[in-house]
Design a protein. Structure first.
Length: 434
């Protein structure tokens, strides 16, 4: 049953990332029971503060497997609706396609041995991302220099359904073991806010990585450590020695003058060049293509962003283009990100650069990399555009991770009446204009 082409799904994914969506209460039935609920673990990506809904779904899944965050915005052109048991997406009042939500994993109902709810220790992104932020706190908000697009501290203060601030290594290990036990072949992302100057989260993250190894028996951990680089970049070798397969840092803004304005705390404590040097060191330690840098796409012009992409690709680091969303409680709340087509074009141009200068990321099969894959990277279109450029129609072509096999593709999503949707179609998705 063909609903949208893959490029159309990617366009709507970008649109949902920057515009968010509204949702009918009826479409939230079963959230927190059979459907995985939102548990905030790093940022609150909503464009406005939620009201009137107790639980919302965490992710939206398109028919070809493209997965995207659900981000609340009552003013969005997108609506999620439910009619006679069928969940579907609308834009500007017109039917787009049926969608599904991700099935609630069993471990979301379990506690660690110390009694902590597992879902507050390690949340699941997409179908199998294991997301851990420790500590869930950024010192820049206290020291008067938060990044203007960020809402880590004030965003978390607005919600109760969120991760705990500090995670213990063995507790994270118990969550990882529970995921593997129910057949979830995880990609790990460990993140953290920026620590005070002179401090580092390296020791905390090593404790978590060693806890995962103790509780799972793994020697190599699929995924990445997304860390604010320590002053002593020699500390990165200690992280590499834990068996984590990739390192991720947050340059986020390429233009140096704009970086100073947008990221005053990062600029004051480290400076942009330190983040670039951390990427270079990671490329040396982990190998080309296993060093990544997050970029908040849409804050600066296309030429500047892609200039940085080419420079860092030549040095062995890939930039993940994350569409900027003016998040609630950030200093840029109420501003406007470029429209979806702009973000998709930037992603295509970035992959053209990787295909030429960083084939470890731009080459065939690299859409499944140590950082993530199409079924767990919900905040960027990188892996989706990559599989489109490789002519791969499905999001789940190969097994990966510690289990070496995939959970049943359809079991991870819920829309029980999907086969009845022909009566909704009426040719609309065939003629959908982008």
């Amino acid at each position: 049953m063909a609903w949208l082409t893959l490029d159309q799904e990617i366009y709507h994914k970008a649109g949902l990332l920057v515009d968010g969506a509204n949702i009918e209460p009826a479409a939230c039935e079963g959230v927190g029971e059979t459907i995985m609920e939102k548990v905030w673990w790093l940022f609150v990506y909503d464009l406005q503060k939620q009201s009137g809904l107790k639980n919302i779904p965490d992710y939206i899944v398109f028919p070809k497997g493209t997965i995207v965050d659900f981000r609340w915005n009552p003013d969005s052109p997108y609506w999620i609706r439910k009619n006679d048991g069928i969940i579907y997406l609308e834009k500007n009042g017109k039917f787009v396609c049926p969608i599904e939500f991700v099935e609630r994993p069993e471990y979301y109902s379990k506690n660690t041995s110390s009694g902590t709810p597992m879902k507050t220790v390690g949340t699941m992104r997409g179908k199998h991302g294991l997301m851990v932020c420790s500590p869930l706190f950024c010192s820049n908000w206290v020291e008067g220099g938060p990044c203007k697009y960020c809402n880590m501290n004030p965003g978390m203060d607005q919600y109760e359904n969120k991760a705990i601030t500090k995670k213990q290594g063995d507790e994270v290990g118990e969550v990882a073991a529970a995921m593997l036990a129910e057949g979830i072949d995880f990609h790990l992302v460990i993140s953290a806010g920026q620590p005070p100057r002179g401090k580092t989260t390296v020791d905390d993250h090593i404790e978590i990585l060693e806890g995962i190894k103790r509780m799972t028996g793994l020697e190599k951990i699929p995924g990445t450590d997304n860390i604010s680089p320590p002053e002593d970049l020699g500390q990165l070798e200690r992280l590499r020695n834990t068996g984590i397969q990739c390192l991720f840092t947050n340059i986020e803004v390429w233009n140096p003058d704009l970086f100073k304005y947008m990221c005053p705390g990062k600029d004051r404590n480290f400076g942009q060049e330190h983040f670039k040097s951390a990427c270079d060191r990671a490329a040396q330690l982990w190998g080309r293509g296993n060093s990544w840098a997050a970029m908040v796409a849409g804050l600066e012009d296309k030429a500047s962003l892609l200039e940085g992409c080419k420079i860092m690709a030549e040095r062995g680091t890939a930039m993940l283009m994350i569409p900027w969303v003016p998040m609630v409680a950030s200093e840029l709340q109420g501003h406007r990100s470029p429209e979806a087509g702009w973000h998709v074009e930037v992603q295509h141009k970035a992959l053209e650069i990787y295909e030429q200068y960083l084939p470890e990321v731009g080459g065939k099969q690299a859409y499944y990399d140590q950082y993530g894959c199409p079924s767990c990277i919900t905040i960027s279109t990188h892996h989706d555009v990559h599989r489109l450029r490789q002519g791969i129609d499905t999001a789940y072509p190969v097994p990966h991770g510690p289990l070496g096999k995939l959970k049943d593709e359809k079991k991870g999503c819920l829309n029980p009446k999907l086969k009845e949707l022909d009566r909704f179609r009426n040719g609309k998705s065939e003629t959908l204009s982008l």
